[in-house]
Write a protein that binds this ligand. Structure first.
Ligand code: SF4
Ligand code: SF4
Ligand code: SF4
Length: 259
């Protein structure tokens, strides 16, 4: 029987640090496995080819310029499956912080009297411009989830993305809880899948993988109360990666929607 042709994959970057694309290239152990399933036809960081014939498009970076809309729509037209790749693409990521400051002021701070030379607008997730089929969350994306999504799409099944809190992974690792050390942590409402990276190395969780779809707000509030903290205390941390969902104080003109 003839072998099934490999699905063609492309990578595209918008406003980002390109760390998630690097994370893909860092998958040394998994790369051979991935390339057994797909053929990469466009990936600026790795190959010179630039074909528009692809089945799966990975989009890294936030949508921050109106002039990027046409490129995003073109990618959507070419690809059967579009994957938002990393926090910048999934939630706008750190880029959304400029929305709170006000785009004009942010531009003046960065570019001074040359601010008018550059185009920018509020930072938004990719799905503010086009339909997205799957999201790989994280800053950067976890390697094992890249593999899970690629294999699932190739097999025609829905990827298994964790929808439970980081605390579950943290407890399994038997880490001492940061709340007991007087620190804030968004683990109770953040999406797991990173293996509780940050708390495992003594850092706080900032929910770079977004929020679980049904965060148990009351339980989170109970935890805060137990340690003498309020929701307001942790809003600054929350906005770092999830400001676009802050319905209490939405950023400038942003499309606030749930993920
Ligand atoms: S999600 Fe983080 S690592 Fe990935 S491109 Fe954005 S800033 Fe870089
Ligand atoms: S350190 Fe953070 S992630 Fe770990 S158990 Fe405590 S709140 Fe949850
Ligand atoms: S622990 Fe939190 S901030 Fe750290 S990688 Fe996981 S989800 Fe992201």
């Amino acid at each position: 029987m003839a072998e099934k042709p490999k699905l063609k994959v492309s990578f595209h970057d918008f406003t980002s640090c390109e760390g998630c694309q690097l994370q893909f290239l860092n998958c040394e152990d998994e790369l051979l496995d991935i390339l057994g399933h797909v053929e990469i036809v466009q990936f600026r960081e790795a190959i010179d080819d630039k074909s528009d014939e692809y089945d799966i498009a990975f989009i890294e970076g936030a949508f921050t310029r109106e002039s990027d809309r046409a490129r995003l729509e073109h990618i959507r037209k070419c690809a059967k499956v579009v994957i938002a790749f990393g926090a910048c693409a999934c939630t706008g990521g750190l880029n959304v912080l400029k929305n709170y400051r006000g785009v004009k002021e942010a531009m003046r701070t960065v570019y001074g009297d040359q601010a008018d030379w550059y185009e920018t607008s509020v930072a938004l997730p990719v799905e503010a411009a086009i339909k997205v089929d799957y999201k790989i969350h994280g800053c950067p994306v976890p390697k094992q989830e890249i593999l899970e999504v690629v294999k699932s799409v190739v097999a025609g099944r829905t990827p298994r993305i964790p929808d439970y809190p980081v605390c579950v992974e943290c407890k399994l690792k038997e880490n001492a809880c940061l709340f007991h050390k007087g620190q804030y942590c968004l683990g109770p409402i953040a999406r797991a899948g990173c293996g509780a990276w940050c708390p495992s190395y003594g850092g706080r969780c900032y929910a770079c993988r977004g929020l679980i779809s049904d965060p148990n707000n009351n339980a989170a509030k109970d935890v805060l109360e137990e340690f003498g903290l309020t929701v307001e205390d942790i809003m600054q941390e929350f906005r770092l990666f999830n400001g676009v969902y802050d319905v209490a104080q939405p950023p400038d003109n942003a499309h606030v929607k749930s993920c």
